[in-house]
Design a protein. Structure first.
Length: 305
């Protein structure tokens, strides 16, 4: 039997855009799940035009384990467009891809899960089609988070790569993580989704201007936006960060140290370039070759101004 994603839907009497909002692509990302459930209640009776479909938890098999991935070990965000007859993650990716194909605009909400924290951001692929790219830029900026990040459009396996291939404007968002449920994150996602819908003319409320300090960065270099390959640790062990999320660091600054269980062997991971720490591994146990931090390069930011 094919996997069916549990969704909530609000449909207005007047025609308008079809918007898909998803959370829980990874099973340990709590704020999107809570925000989308609350958003359904807020939108009921308030949606003026169009249709909003909300999927609070795409990856139910991973959520059941309280983990990033399901028991097959596949990352759903690297498995799209999936396989109808494959493993549980491949089937879930296939079902998600069908939902994405049935919308006009798409927003995928994430956090760093239980092991990472991510600086609040709205991201998008630097789509080669100008119409799609401009729509994505606007969506990301009106969502209202501190960082707007456009990156390499050639990365595959993601929910956004499905939207890319369908020419559907799409963004993803990140907000902290680390294992708890942040009420600030839930509220930020509620505000951002409502602002996005207001900008599309679907709810009758003022569009809140993005924060004055919002930082916009576009980096088209290959693999830009691939968070899992930035500053990997050379060994498994016990990780202690030496920087804070959001901190600006210089080149060669110590990002963190990894030691074995006795502390006899220690490895230091240093920043390869100057910039802002936008992802930080906060879980003490770390595997070899795992990224300890993502540093958003300072010169990449300057080039986008």
């Amino acid at each position: 039997m094919a996997i069916e994603l549990q969704s909530l839907e609000v449909v207005a009497s007047a025609p308008g855009p079809r918007v898909l909002l998803t959370g829980g692509v990874h099973g340990d990302e709590w704020e999107p799940m809570a925000a989308l459930r609350r958003l359904h209640g807020v939108l009921s009776g308030r949606l003026a035009r169009g249709r909003v479909r909300l999927i609070p938890c795409v990856n139910e098999a991973a959520f059941a384990l309280g983990a990033r991935t399901a028991h097959d070990g596949l990352d759903l965000a690297r498995t799209c467009p999936g396989n109808l007859t494959g493993s549980v993650t491949e089937q879930t990716a296939w079902a998600l891809s069908q939902q994405i194909a049935d919308c006009d605009y798409y927003c995928d909400l994430h956090t760093g899960g239980t092991r990472l924290q991510v600086w609040p951001l709205a991201g998008y692929m630097l789509h080669p089609e100008p119409r799609v790219l401009e729509a994505q830029r606007r969506m990301a900026r009106v969502f209202g988070l501190p960082l707007v990040w456009g990156t390499d459009h050639r990365l595959n396996g993601r929910s956004l790569s499905v939207a890319r291939d369908q020419q559907i404007p799409a963004i993803y968002c990140e907000y902290l993580g680390g294992g708890g449920l942040s009420e600030a994150g839930v509220q930020a996602y509620l505000r951002g989704c409502l602002n996005l819908l207001a900008d599309l003319g679907m709810v009758d409320q003022p569009v809140v201007e993005p924060p004055a300090e919002q930082r916009v960065v576009e980096d088209p270099r290959p693999s830009a936006g691939h968070m899992q390959i930035n500053h990997p640790t050379p060994m498994a062990g016990f990780f202690e960060p030496r920087v804070r999320l959001g901190e600006w660091v210089s080149r060669n600054a110590v990002l963190g140290e990894v030691c074995d269980i006795t502390g006899r062997r220690t490895e230091t991971v240093c920043a390869r370039y100057a910039g802002q720490v936008i992802v930080l591994h906060t879980y003490a146990r770390i595997e070899a070759d795992t990224s300890v931090a993502v540093v958003l390069e300072e010169k990449a930011a300057e080039a986008a101004q």
